[in-house]
Design a protein around this ligand. Structure first.
Ligand SMILES: Cc1ncc(COP(=O)(O)O)c(C=O)c1O
Length: 326
């Protein structure tokens, strides 16, 4: 069976070189560190990994915690609730809690957001969004950021779990598309699971020093133990490997797009290796031929079935040829 359904877009999870790096990490740090990040014996590799990701994505500071979901909830806990909240549709549960679910206003379109902002009397506004929805293969527009009024303060929280590692220059994700806005009244925060393209069980938050320090002062941060340090080691050491895998991924995407006879039957986004089938029945048809693609009802069991082909850097042209010949 050939699988075309993994979120490990760069194929790091099975890559022999990545496994060697991980094993080196296990040799140095053991299999786990079960203490707090606040303890005196915490391995320094965590600070190094946070400095590394912050520099790479162009942020003042970052934190890395054991999952994207936990990172999201930690972030939500740290937010000042005395502000107006808006979120774009298709927010992942990592950025939804009782408060956001109840008090935040959902918007479907930038114009709707801008008009609602005009009507609010709050001076501080928090806007949450998912950069890319990987199931529906939809990208949330970002051009409205430049149109935000100057007389209010904005915190924009972007979940880039599916963009980081694959999109933009050097796989820096959605930040590559954010116009360097120097507006003092806008704070941009990135949340990302590192468990997709990057291939490590962790989540990251990137922002300014003050914001990250506030999160690090919470008891949930100090109380939990982090991702095993070996993963931090392997992450820092594998920049070149990721670059190589991105090149391979892009050539697989190009090969697929060039050779599939009915590309118009799929919805896709530039650089993302996910192709949503506009019809139904492709999953069953391919399964009979030894190919497994992604099939899911989303976001609930009652929603329509979505079928998607997801390429990875580990696929060979022959795999893709087999897929498109059916
Ligand atoms: C958009 C998005 N955000 C956050 C997460 C949560 O990340 P993690 O799996 O690391 O908890 C996911 C994972 O499925 C996701 O798809």
């Amino acid at each position: 069976m050939i699988h075309f359904s993994s979120t490990s877009y760069l194929g790091m999870n099975y890559h022999p070189e990545f496994r060697v790096l991980l094993n080196q990490g296990f040799e140095i740090y053991g299999t786990n560190y079960g203490g707090s990040r606040l303890a005196s014996n915490v391995p320094n590799i965590y600070d190094q990994a946070e400095e590394y990701i912050a520099n790479k994505l162009g942020f003042e500071d970052a934190l890395i915690i054991s999952s994207g979901t936990l990172a999201g909830h930690l972030l939500l806990t740290s937010l000042d609730q005395n502000q107006d909240f808006f979120h774009f549709k298709l927010l992942h549960p990592a950025l939804v809690n009782k408060f956001i679910g109840k008090s935040s206003k959902e918007v479907n379109h930038p114009d709707e957001l801008l008009s609602k902002i005009e009507q609010t009397h709050h001076e501080s506004i928090c806007i949450l969004l998912n950069s890319i929805h990987p199931i529906l293969v939809e990208k949330t527009p970002l051009d409205w950021i430049l149109q935000l009024p100057k007389d209010k303060n904005f915190t924009i929280i972007i979940d880039d779990s599916h963009g980081i590692g694959v999109l933009g220059k050097d796989g820096n994700g959605i930040v590559s598309e954010l116009k360097k806005n120097k507006s003092q009244n806008i704070t941009t925060i990135i949340l990302a699971s590192l468990g997709k393209a990057i291939g490590i069980p962790a989540g990251a938050i990137l922002g300014n020093k003050k914001f990250i320090e506030k999160i690090k002062s919470l008891a949930i941060w100090g109380g939990g133990s982090p991702t095993p340090p070996a993963y931090m080691y392997a992450y820092i050491q594998s920049e070149k490997l990721r670059q190589q895998q991105r090149t391979k991924l892009q050539s697989n995407i190009d090969f697929f797009k060039k050779n599939i006879p009915n590309i118009q039957d799929f919805t896709f986004i530039n650089q993302l290796p996910v192709f949503k089938y506009k019809g139904v029945g492709l999953y069953e048809k391919l399964l009979k031929k030894g190919i497994s693609i992604s099939k899911i009802t989303y976001p609930t069991k009652l929603d329509p079935i979505t079928e998607r082909i997801v390429l990875s850097s580990l696929h060979h042209y022959e795999d893709i040829e087999k897929l498109i010949s059916i």
